[in-house]
Design a protein around this ligand. Structure first.
Ligand code: ATP
Length: 235
Protein backbone atom coordinates (compact mmCIF):
# COMPACT_ATOMS: atom_id res chain seq x y z
CA UNK A 1 0.00 0.00 0.00
CA UNK A 2 1.16 3.51 -0.77
CA UNK A 3 2.18 5.50 2.32
CA UNK A 4 -0.23 8.23 3.40
CA UNK A 5 0.43 11.67 1.97
CA UNK A 6 1.93 14.08 4.46
CA UNK A 7 2.35 17.22 2.40
CA UNK A 8 -0.09 18.07 -0.38
CA UNK A 9 -0.44 21.02 -2.66
CA UNK A 10 -3.73 21.00 -4.49
CA UNK A 11 -4.18 23.31 -7.42
CA UNK A 12 -1.90 25.76 -5.65
CA UNK A 13 -1.66 29.18 -7.22
CA UNK A 14 0.69 31.94 -6.15
CA UNK A 15 1.52 35.44 -7.30
CA UNK A 16 3.90 38.30 -6.70
CA UNK A 17 1.72 41.38 -6.85
CA UNK A 18 -0.34 41.01 -10.00
CA UNK A 19 1.92 38.41 -11.59
CA UNK A 20 0.85 34.81 -11.16
CA UNK A 21 3.84 32.47 -11.05
CA UNK A 22 2.16 29.22 -9.95
CA UNK A 23 -0.84 28.25 -12.02
CA UNK A 24 -2.33 25.34 -10.10
CA UNK A 25 0.39 23.05 -8.81
CA UNK A 26 -0.49 19.56 -7.58
CA UNK A 27 2.18 17.83 -5.59
CA UNK A 28 2.10 15.13 -2.92
CA UNK A 29 4.87 13.91 -0.64
CA UNK A 30 4.40 10.96 1.69
CA UNK A 31 6.43 10.10 4.77
CA UNK A 32 9.48 8.08 3.80
CA UNK A 33 9.47 9.42 0.29
CA UNK A 34 11.83 11.70 -1.63
CA UNK A 35 10.05 13.81 -4.22
CA UNK A 36 12.13 15.89 -6.63
CA UNK A 37 10.74 19.09 -8.09
CA UNK A 38 12.79 20.03 -11.12
CA UNK A 39 12.68 22.70 -13.71
CA UNK A 40 14.47 25.60 -15.32
CA UNK A 41 15.33 28.94 -13.82
CA UNK A 42 12.30 30.96 -12.81
CA UNK A 43 9.85 28.08 -13.16
CA UNK A 44 8.48 28.65 -9.68
CA UNK A 45 10.30 25.95 -7.71
CA UNK A 46 11.35 28.17 -4.83
CA UNK A 47 7.89 29.73 -4.73
CA UNK A 48 6.40 26.24 -4.45
CA UNK A 49 8.55 25.57 -1.38
CA UNK A 50 7.66 28.93 0.11
CA UNK A 51 3.98 28.13 -0.35
CA UNK A 52 4.45 24.71 1.24
CA UNK A 53 6.21 26.31 4.23
CA UNK A 54 3.50 28.94 4.55
CA UNK A 55 5.89 31.86 4.02
CA UNK A 56 4.21 32.84 0.75
CA UNK A 57 0.42 32.86 0.55
CA UNK A 58 -1.54 30.88 -2.01
CA UNK A 59 -3.85 32.90 -4.19
CA UNK A 60 -5.87 29.79 -4.92
CA UNK A 61 -5.89 26.12 -4.12
CA UNK A 62 -5.01 24.39 -0.89
CA UNK A 63 -2.16 23.22 1.29
CA UNK A 64 -2.68 20.06 3.34
CA UNK A 65 -0.55 18.56 6.07
CA UNK A 66 -1.33 15.04 7.19
CA UNK A 67 -4.67 15.32 5.41
CA UNK A 68 -5.62 18.51 7.27
CA UNK A 69 -6.22 21.77 5.49
CA UNK A 70 -3.51 24.19 6.62
CA UNK A 71 -4.01 26.78 3.91
CA UNK A 72 -3.20 30.20 5.34
CA UNK A 73 -1.73 28.83 8.56
CA UNK A 74 1.18 30.84 9.96
CA UNK A 75 4.65 29.62 8.96
CA UNK A 76 5.68 29.31 12.60
CA UNK A 77 2.70 27.08 13.29
CA UNK A 78 3.57 24.96 10.28
CA UNK A 79 7.15 24.79 11.58
CA UNK A 80 5.79 23.56 14.92
CA UNK A 81 3.89 20.88 13.05
CA UNK A 82 7.18 19.72 11.56
CA UNK A 83 7.53 21.60 8.30
CA UNK A 84 11.15 22.56 7.73
CA UNK A 85 12.56 24.48 4.77
CA UNK A 86 16.30 24.67 4.16
CA UNK A 87 16.66 27.60 1.80
CA UNK A 88 18.93 28.08 -1.13
CA UNK A 89 22.23 29.40 0.21
CA UNK A 90 21.80 27.11 3.23
CA UNK A 91 20.93 29.62 5.91
CA UNK A 92 23.89 28.93 8.15
CA UNK A 93 25.56 31.74 10.04
CA UNK A 94 29.06 32.05 8.57
CA UNK A 95 30.53 34.00 11.50
CA UNK A 96 29.35 31.55 14.12
CA UNK A 97 31.05 28.28 14.92
CA UNK A 98 29.48 24.99 13.91
CA UNK A 99 28.58 24.41 17.55
CA UNK A 100 26.89 27.80 17.92
CA UNK A 101 24.99 27.29 14.68
CA UNK A 102 23.65 24.07 16.20
CA UNK A 103 23.03 25.48 19.66
CA UNK A 104 20.75 28.13 18.24
CA UNK A 105 18.42 25.27 17.46
CA UNK A 106 17.73 24.76 21.16
CA UNK A 107 14.77 27.06 20.52
CA UNK A 108 13.04 23.86 19.43
CA UNK A 109 13.05 22.69 23.03
CA UNK A 110 15.73 20.09 22.44
CA UNK A 111 18.80 20.12 24.64
CA UNK A 112 22.29 20.99 23.41
CA UNK A 113 23.42 17.43 23.78
CA UNK A 114 20.44 16.01 21.88
CA UNK A 115 21.05 18.40 19.02
CA UNK A 116 24.76 17.69 18.90
CA UNK A 117 24.08 13.99 18.97
CA UNK A 118 21.68 14.25 16.03
CA UNK A 119 24.14 16.37 14.09
CA UNK A 120 27.36 14.55 14.87
CA UNK A 121 25.90 11.08 14.44
CA UNK A 122 24.70 11.81 10.94
CA UNK A 123 27.65 14.03 10.01
CA UNK A 124 30.71 13.07 12.08
CA UNK A 125 32.82 15.68 10.30
CA UNK A 126 30.75 18.39 11.98
CA UNK A 127 31.87 17.06 15.34
CA UNK A 128 35.48 17.46 14.28
CA UNK A 129 34.75 20.98 13.08
CA UNK A 130 32.66 22.00 16.10
CA UNK A 131 34.76 25.06 16.89
CA UNK A 132 35.37 26.17 13.33
CA UNK A 133 33.53 29.17 11.93
CA UNK A 134 30.85 27.84 9.60
CA UNK A 135 31.82 30.23 6.83
CA UNK A 136 35.33 28.81 6.66
CA UNK A 137 34.16 25.26 5.94
CA UNK A 138 33.73 23.79 2.47
CA UNK A 139 30.40 24.23 0.73
CA UNK A 140 29.58 20.57 1.28
CA UNK A 141 30.27 20.82 5.00
CA UNK A 142 28.14 23.95 5.23
CA UNK A 143 25.32 22.08 3.54
CA UNK A 144 25.74 19.27 6.09
CA UNK A 145 25.43 21.86 8.83
CA UNK A 146 22.27 23.23 7.22
CA UNK A 147 20.84 19.71 7.09
CA UNK A 148 21.84 19.07 10.70
CA UNK A 149 20.11 22.29 11.78
CA UNK A 150 17.02 21.12 9.92
CA UNK A 151 17.13 17.70 11.56
CA UNK A 152 17.31 19.35 14.97
CA UNK A 153 13.75 20.55 14.41
CA UNK A 154 12.63 16.90 14.19
CA UNK A 155 10.97 17.54 10.83
CA UNK A 156 8.03 15.58 9.47
CA UNK A 157 8.48 17.37 6.16
CA UNK A 158 11.95 18.44 5.06
CA UNK A 159 12.31 20.72 2.05
CA UNK A 160 15.63 21.46 0.39
CA UNK A 161 16.21 24.21 -2.14
CA UNK A 162 19.13 23.68 -4.55
CA UNK A 163 21.24 21.62 -2.22
CA UNK A 164 23.73 21.04 -5.05
CA UNK A 165 24.44 24.73 -5.63
CA UNK A 166 28.17 25.28 -6.11
CA UNK A 167 29.15 21.77 -5.03
CA UNK A 168 31.15 19.10 -6.84
CA UNK A 169 29.08 16.17 -8.13
CA UNK A 170 30.79 13.70 -5.80
CA UNK A 171 29.84 15.81 -2.77
CA UNK A 172 26.29 16.25 -4.04
CA UNK A 173 25.95 12.50 -4.42
CA UNK A 174 27.08 11.92 -0.84
CA UNK A 175 24.73 14.56 0.52
CA UNK A 176 21.83 13.04 -1.37
CA UNK A 177 22.69 9.63 0.07
CA UNK A 178 22.23 11.21 3.50
CA UNK A 179 18.97 12.79 2.38
CA UNK A 180 17.72 9.37 1.23
CA UNK A 181 18.67 7.98 4.62
CA UNK A 182 16.69 10.75 6.36
CA UNK A 183 13.65 9.88 4.23
CA UNK A 184 14.03 6.21 5.09
CA UNK A 185 13.45 7.15 8.70
CA UNK A 186 9.98 8.34 7.74
CA UNK A 187 10.49 12.00 6.85
CA UNK A 188 8.67 13.36 3.80
CA UNK A 189 11.39 15.00 1.71
CA UNK A 190 10.78 17.51 -1.07
CA UNK A 191 13.85 18.50 -3.03
CA UNK A 192 14.12 21.31 -5.54
CA UNK A 193 16.88 21.29 -8.13
CA UNK A 194 17.47 22.97 -11.41
CA UNK A 195 19.81 20.26 -12.66
CA UNK A 196 18.63 16.85 -11.89
CA UNK A 197 21.04 13.99 -12.25
CA UNK A 198 22.04 13.32 -8.64
CA UNK A 199 18.63 13.73 -7.12
CA UNK A 200 16.98 11.48 -9.70
CA UNK A 201 19.12 8.65 -8.36
CA UNK A 202 17.49 8.85 -4.94
CA UNK A 203 14.03 10.26 -5.72
CA UNK A 204 10.95 8.04 -5.51
CA UNK A 205 8.93 10.46 -7.57
CA UNK A 206 9.76 13.49 -9.67
CA UNK A 207 7.85 16.41 -11.11
CA UNK A 208 8.88 18.85 -13.81
CA UNK A 209 7.77 22.42 -13.31
CA UNK A 210 7.81 24.80 -16.27
CA UNK A 211 6.47 28.35 -16.07
CA UNK A 212 4.43 27.62 -12.98
CA UNK A 213 2.85 24.41 -14.23
CA UNK A 214 3.71 20.78 -13.58
CA UNK A 215 4.36 19.52 -17.09
CA UNK A 216 4.87 15.93 -16.11
CA UNK A 217 5.33 13.82 -13.03
CA UNK A 218 6.08 10.20 -12.37
CA UNK A 219 8.90 7.79 -11.69
CA UNK A 220 12.26 9.57 -12.01
CA UNK A 221 13.42 7.24 -14.80
CA UNK A 222 10.39 8.13 -16.88
CA UNK A 223 11.42 11.79 -16.77
CA UNK A 224 15.09 11.60 -17.66
CA UNK A 225 14.46 12.01 -21.35
CA UNK A 226 12.02 14.85 -20.78
CA UNK A 227 14.50 16.68 -18.60
CA UNK A 228 17.36 16.28 -21.05
CA UNK A 229 15.23 17.85 -23.77
CA UNK A 230 14.08 20.63 -21.50
CA UNK A 231 17.60 21.68 -20.61
CA UNK A 232 19.03 21.27 -24.06
CA UNK A 233 16.13 23.28 -25.39
CA UNK A 234 16.39 26.10 -22.88
CA UNK A 235 20.12 26.72 -22.83
P1 ATP B 1 15.40 29.73 -9.53
O1 ATP B 1 15.99 28.42 -9.89
O2 ATP B 1 15.92 30.87 -10.34
O3 ATP B 1 15.35 30.02 -8.05
P2 ATP B 1 12.62 29.02 -9.37
O4 ATP B 1 12.10 27.93 -10.24
O5 ATP B 1 12.91 28.70 -7.96
O6 ATP B 1 13.88 29.65 -10.04
P3 ATP B 1 11.05 31.17 -8.35
O7 ATP B 1 12.19 31.73 -7.59
O8 ATP B 1 9.97 30.50 -7.61
O9 ATP B 1 11.58 30.19 -9.47
O10 ATP B 1 10.44 32.34 -9.26
C1 ATP B 1 9.29 32.15 -10.07
C2 ATP B 1 8.97 33.47 -10.75
O11 ATP B 1 8.58 34.41 -9.76
C3 ATP B 1 10.12 34.09 -11.51
O12 ATP B 1 9.59 34.68 -12.67
C4 ATP B 1 10.65 35.12 -10.55
O13 ATP B 1 11.20 36.20 -11.26
C5 ATP B 1 9.39 35.56 -9.81
N1 ATP B 1 9.70 35.98 -8.44
C6 ATP B 1 10.32 35.24 -7.49
N2 ATP B 1 10.42 35.91 -6.33
C7 ATP B 1 9.85 37.13 -6.55
C8 ATP B 1 9.63 38.28 -5.72
N3 ATP B 1 10.01 38.30 -4.44
N4 ATP B 1 9.01 39.33 -6.29
C9 ATP B 1 8.61 39.31 -7.57
N5 ATP B 1 8.77 38.26 -8.39
C10 ATP B 1 9.38 37.17 -7.90
Amino acid sequence: PAPAPLLELREARAAYDAITVLHGVDLTVAGGQVVALLGPNGAGKTTTLKVAAGVHPVSGGRLLLGGRDVTGVDPKDLARKGVCLIPEGRGVFPNLSVRDNLLMMTFTGRSRSEIEEIAFTRFPILGKRAHQLAGTMSGGEQQMLALARGLATDPAVLMLDELSMGLAPLIVGRLYDQVAEIARQGVAVLVVEQFAAAVLDIADHAAVLVRGRIEKQGHPDSLRHELAELYLGSS
